[in-house]
Design a binder for this molecule. Structure first.
Ligand SMILES: C[C@H](Cc1ccc(C(C)(C)C)cc1)[C@H](NN)c1nnnn1Cc1ccc2c(c1)OCO2
Length: 326
């Protein structure tokens, strides 16, 4: 079976990580997103006013591209952004592993957030294909297309703070983590890498929260979006912090000492170091937190803030998600 490895390069503030993907011989930089299941790209079908700074996929230049007549897609993301378009099939290679006849969703319309993020040429979904948005027939993700060719039906994420990391497909590279991998069973019925998270710790003090929402492992989200009362409890320990609606969340004096924050991955509490829980500067003295409220959306979203501190294993063979120290 095959294995493949590709770099994941951070954008400003580690807001997102981009990886090179070859589609019909054309290389685009895509945001690998374990929280969605569409592989979509900036294409020559977009108005040129929306593609400046982006690499666009040109189906007419690929000898292996096949149009999927009548199929369309339309996706809306939780941050309010979205995109839509039509569909074809082509050979899609990542790190030397090629999925043939992979569904590639070509954007004919993208929201302003995507137009302005010139580093991003589209998203590569790594969630489960039951939430793919192609109509009339849902399509497989790249990972699900290639899974049977891989040495093991799994992939790992090693994202780094302000540095390039890697995604590996088909194997677990033991040089990338220390100690044990702690797994939680995944409920994939909602399409996400979803697991229970019924406790947390703040500054070493553990709390159980039987009413806490389940969590998803989401490489496509920058922050850690936790239940509202958990976010409140965390920032109650940060002097001078406040939930500032104009900034869009909790801010505090950059001089604050942030407590460690432990998140439950099933029965295991992964402790995130407080010193790595600041996301960005709002101004020279005010900082924006990596931990924010999910506005009680009923789902906790564990994004890149977690992946920067823990090596992650997405194991489709055993339908489990695991983390290890690194
Ligand atoms: C937001 C990303 C998907 C995306 C990634 C990048 C981008 C830009 C390139 C334009 C920067 C837009 C969108 C996430 N992926 N699973 C997602 N897709 N659907 N829900 N989420 C997670 C969520 C949900 C709610 C929230 C949030 C996050 O941030 C703020 O409020």
């Amino acid at each position: 079976g095959e294995t493949a490895e590709v770099t994941a390069s951070p954008e400003a503030n580690d807001a997102e990580y981009l990886s090179p993907v070859s589609i019909g011989g054309q290389t685009l930089n895509l945001d690998f997103d374990t929280g969605s299941a569409d592989l979509w790209v900036f294409s020559t079908e977009l108005p040129t006013s929306e593609t400046s700074g982006h690499t666009t996929f040109d189906p007419s230049k690929s000898s292996t591209f096949k149009k999927y007549d009548g199929a369309t897609w339309k996706i809306s993301y939780g941050d309010g952004s979205g995109a839509s378009g039509d569909v074809g099939f082509d050979n899609v290679a990542i790190g030397g592993a090629t999925a043939t006849s992979q569904a590639v969703e070509l954007a004919t319309s993208v929201s302003s957030q995507f137009v302005s993020d010139q580093a991003n040429d589209g998203l590569l979904g790594l969630a489960f294909s039951n939430i793919n948005t192609v109509s009339p027939t849902k399509q497989k993700t790249w990972f699900e297309t290639i899974k049977s060719q891989l040495e093991n039906p799994l992939f790992t994420a090693d994202l780094e703070k302000d540095a390039s990391g890697t995604y590996d497909f088909g194997n677990i590279d033991s040089s990338k983590y220390t100690g044990d991998i702690h797994y939680a069973p995944v409920d994939k019925s909602g399409g996400f890498w979803e697991f229970n998270s019924k406790s947390y710790s703040i500054g070493g003090t553990k709390s159980s929260c039987t009413t806490c929402s389940p969590a998803i492992a989401d490489t496509g989200t920058s922050l850690l979006l936790v239940d509202d009362d958990v976010a409140k409890a965390y920032y109650a320990q940060v002097d001078g912090s406040k939930n500032d609606s104009t900034q869009g969340g909790y801010v505090y004096p950059c001089s604050s000492n942030l407590p460690d924050f432990g998140i439950a991955i099933g029965d295991y509490i992964a402790v995130l170091k407080g010193s790595d829980l600041t996301y960005a500067n709002v101004d020279s003295s005010t900082c924006f937190g990596g931990i924010q409220s999910n506005a009680n959306s009923g789902m906790q979203i564990f994004g890149d803030v977690m992946f920067k501190q823990y090596f992650a294993v997405f194991d489709a063979g055993n339908t489990q998600f695991g983390v290890a120290s690194k």
